[in-house]
Design a protein around this ligand. Structure first.
Ligand code: SF4
Ligand code: SF4
Length: 227
């Protein structure tokens, strides 16, 4: 199963025609960054309060349960606008002040981290969270691949948020369900096309690195068997 949630998985496949790589080194259930003492276990890599696009927040509201409860709380304590459920100015200032200690202070811990240390809105987190892995199977090449995906999906989800705004977040989620990648291509113009090209280029580089890392099969004998 891909670690990438919807709609980003569908967007990825629309651009590249195949699913993204799994990143087993980023094992969130057994966080290696915490094991190495680089991140606090109660914060992990959730050391910022993300802005959530209206349609993603609306999806969480429609899902009910814990996800709805956390979004409802943020509607009271965060900075909701028509298009985004944003962090407060104070939360942004705290992040700026503590960003050099990312993951090492709970002062800027994400407001969606549950008491169990999980993400209350995991299936509805934004593009930045969905594409972030602390480690990549192909090192810097993998990092560049996910950076390119993050740039494209952040741009795309910002476009969707504007397109579906109005009448509240749940309505935005309902409208967003029928927005296709082709719709986004028409709306996104040259800027989206350039970000798509960058992702394709990063993917080609990743595929080449993946191919080079595979063990060479033994040479075949004259009857097709390995010598
Ligand atoms: S992505 Fe975050 S939670 Fe997952 S393993 Fe890496 S630091 Fe830990
Ligand atoms: S939204 Fe979820 S994944 Fe993103 S920073 Fe917050 S808790 Fe972590």
């Amino acid at each position: 199963m891909s670690q990438l949630s919807e709609p980003y998985l569908s967007w990825w496949i629309a651009v590249l025609g195949e699913p993204p790589p799994h990143e087993p080194l980023a094992d969130c259930a057994n966080c290696p960054m915490c094991a190495e003492g680089k991140f606090l276990p109660e914060v992990k890599c959730c050391g910022y309060v993300p802005a959530i696009p209206n349609f993603r927040a609306g999806g969480a509201l429609r899902a009910g349960g814990e996800a709805r409860a956390y979004i409802e709380r943020r509607l009271r304590t965060g900075r909701p606008t028509e298009t985004w459920l944003r962090p407060t100015a104070e939360e942004e200032a705290t992040y700026d002040r503590t960003r050099m200690r990312f993951g090492q202070t709970d002062a800027s811990k994400c407001a969606y981290v549950t008491e169990r240390g999980t993400c209350a809105i995991w299936a509805w987190r934004n593009a930045t969270c969905a594409t972030w892995f602390c480690r990549h199977g192909h090192g810097e090449v993998g990092g560049a691949l996910w950076d390119a995906a993050a740039d494209l999906f952040r741009f795309a989800e910002g476009g969707v948020a504007v397109l579906v705004a109005g009448d509240g977040y749940e309505k935005a989620a309902e409208r967003a369900a029928s927005v296709t990648w082709d719709d986004l291509r028409r709306l996104g113009g040259h800027e989206l096309a350039a970000l798509e090209d960058a992702l394709r280029e990063a993917w080609a580089t990743w595929r080449a690195a993946d191919e080079a890392a595979r063990p060479t099969p033994p040479p075949r004998g004259p009857r097709g068997g390995a010598r």
